[in-house]
Design a binder for this molecule. Structure first.
Ligand code: SF4
Length: 276
């Protein structure tokens, strides 16, 4: 698979891969102080059309094969000359739980190659029918919640019409992903939409109703050409509010923003040029 790459000011590297059918997919290498992370794509585009996500605006073309998923990782490891295998997050283009068969094969390959399952994370907006298959992989789960009520969540994530937040947490408990490991909650902070005190109170209420060990990841929204939202200026407030309520909470530092490599910005460079 051929590729080009862009390097951000913070040393994040975005790879644009060209598949044999001329599809374009992106993966991101994120160097960190202690660990290295590769964010992989699982589909070409995405059918779910979350209103804040650039990939969703592209629509869906097809699932990636496990070979294409594996190649993204192997080519980045080779290009970066890495001696230690980097962690994997399936948070790139696509919803990995809608391509479980191929994603599972890729996870098996990475595990055989020597990457521990605790170093891999599947991120999902909540594909209930695939939770069982996802749990069988033995890797971590990150639940993209993004809103504390069903009404607001349905405005941001059309798929949320199909299930309630309560049903999602129920499924997480039935298929407890990695026993005794906290459930990661992803929450993109959008100005005036889901970042107010009332939203944080509602979020705390939801989390207390379903008593898991949690890690809350607040992600500052990354503005792009495909949506009209703005980044919240209340990220620190939200983090401290949840911390005070007793939840382990992190604020994800935006990485690779200047090359559109941050969360929710992946579209494939050439598509971006056509559409902008
Ligand atoms: S956030 Fe994830 S599931 Fe939603 S449209 Fe973007 S890639 Fe698809």
């Amino acid at each position: 698979m051929e590729y080009t790459k862009q390097i951000a000011a913070d040393q994040t590297v975005k790879y644009l891969f060209f598949t044999s059918d001329k599809s374009r997919i992106e993966a991101v290498f994120i160097p960190q102080k202690r660990t290295q992370v590769i964010c992989l794509s699982s589909q070409v585009g995405c059918a779910l059309k979350c209103s804040f996500c650039a990939t969703g605006a592209l629509g869906f073309k097809r699932n990636l094969t496990h070979e294409e998923i594996i190649l993204q990782y192997d080519l980045i490891v080779q290009d970066q000359g890495l001696k230690e295998l980097p962690n994997i997050v399936f948070m790139g283009m696509g919803e990995p739980l809608l391509n479980m068969q191929e994603v599972s094969k890729a996870i098996t390959y990475f595990h055989k190659k020597g990457l521990a399952k605790k170093k891999m994370t599947l991120s999902t907006v909540g594909i209930l029918h695939a939770f069982e298959a996802a749990s069988k992989t033995g890797v971590n789960l990150a639940l993209s919640l993004h809103a504390p009520t069903d009404d607001l969540r349905r405005k941001l994530i059309p798929l949320a019409q199909q299930s309630t937040i309560d049903e999602l947490f129920q499924a997480c408990s039935v298929f407890s992903f990695r026993k005794h490991k906290p459930l990661m909650i992803e929450y993109v902070l959008i100005k005036g939409v889901n970042d107010q005190e009332e939203h944080m109170d509602q979020l705390i209420h939801v989390l207390r109703k379903h008593p898991f060990p949690y890690v809350i990841n607040f992600i500052p929204y990354n503005p792009h050409a495909f949506a009209h939202f703005l980044r919240s200026e209340r990220a620190q407030f939200c983090k401290e509010y949840l911390l005070r309520a007793g939840f382990k909470t992190f604020l994800r530092e935006p990485r690779g923003e200047d090359i559109s490599a941050a969360c929710g910005m992946l579209v494939g460079t050439s598509q971006l040029h056509i559409l902008s």
